[in-house]
Design a protein around this ligand. Structure first.
Ligand code: CTP
Ligand code: CA
Length: 230
């Protein structure tokens, strides 16, 4: 207990974490979603809380149980990317750091029907029109104060580092965590990530548990925060 009190490097910090995927409504009973489990975001929230930070955890659709910790404040944004954006607009200004682990839906149905869509005799094909969602990470990074740290993720099945470097350049995040999702990353307990930062060498981390990745990412976040204060 005494050690806990002494060893709280994130005490006084407020960290926003997003986790899980969005469910974009097609009609009252159907949606478009993705395979994000929420696990990485939840491990990040726990890693930050364990170090003494107050954590605002904004989560969408998840398939694992929610973290329980007095320092983790839960903000469900279960459905749309838009709902997640509204929570971010509310919570990011008071935060020291943002970690965007959520798999934000890139698209949403142009119109969500207000009744269950029915099949029709003789109709064998149907087209769903989608419109682009806002980029939450980019939107928040544009509003970032000099003392805030913003971390994004890049989920790729191919050309991992080329795609991730493009995201680093385009999104305005301090750091991108590149993650190969061609294997068992979704719902799995382990990850192999590479850290990309402006003006720094690529930093490939060994394969390790998501909890270990989360611990290291929070340490890195705290280190970058400390540098900003100087
Ligand atoms: N992201 C976001 N808002 C979106 C899409 C993505 O905030 N509308 C964030 C994710 O939370 C993640 C980062 O941007 O931190 C990268 O997400 P990813 O899906 O890998 O990249 P995209 O920019 O969406 O590009 P694409 O899916 O085409 O690879
Ligand atoms: Ca995407």
């Amino acid at each position: 207990w005494v050690n806990d009190q002494l060893d709280l490097p994130a005490k006084g910090k407020r960290i926003v974490v997003t986790a899980g995927g969005n469910l974009e409504a097609i009609d009252p009973v159907r949606f478009i979603g993705n395979r994000s489990s929420g696990k990485m975001g939840f491990r990040l929230a726990e890693a930050a809380a364990k170090r003494g930070a107050e954590v605002d955890l904004i989560y969408g659709n998840v398939s694992v149980s929610l973290p329980r910790d007095a320092r983790i404040h839960l903000h469900p944004a279960l459905l749309s990317a838009q709902a997640m954006l509204e929570k971010l607009e509310e919570l990011f200004p008071a935060a020291d750091a943002l970690l965007m682990a959520a798999a934000v839906s890139d698209w949403r149905p142009k119109e969500a029907a207000d009744h269950k869509l029915k099949k029709q005799a003789g109709v064998e094909e149907m087209t769903l029109q989608l419109v682009k969602n806002p980029d939450l990470l980019k939107t928040m990074a544009q509003k970032k104060r000099p003392d805030q740290v913003v971390i994004g993720f890049a989920a790729e099945t191919n050309d991992l580092l080329a795609n991730a470097s493009r995201k680093l350049a385009e999104k305005g995040a301090d750091l991108i965590v590149a993650n190969d999702v061609s294997g068992d990353a979704f719902g799995g307990d382990e990850d192999q990530v590479t850290i990309l930062e402006q003006g720094k060498e690529l930093d490939p981390w060994p394969r390790m548990s998501k909890q270990a990745v989360a611990d290291r990412l929070i340490e890195l976040t705290l280190a970058r925060l400390a540098e900003k204060k100087n």
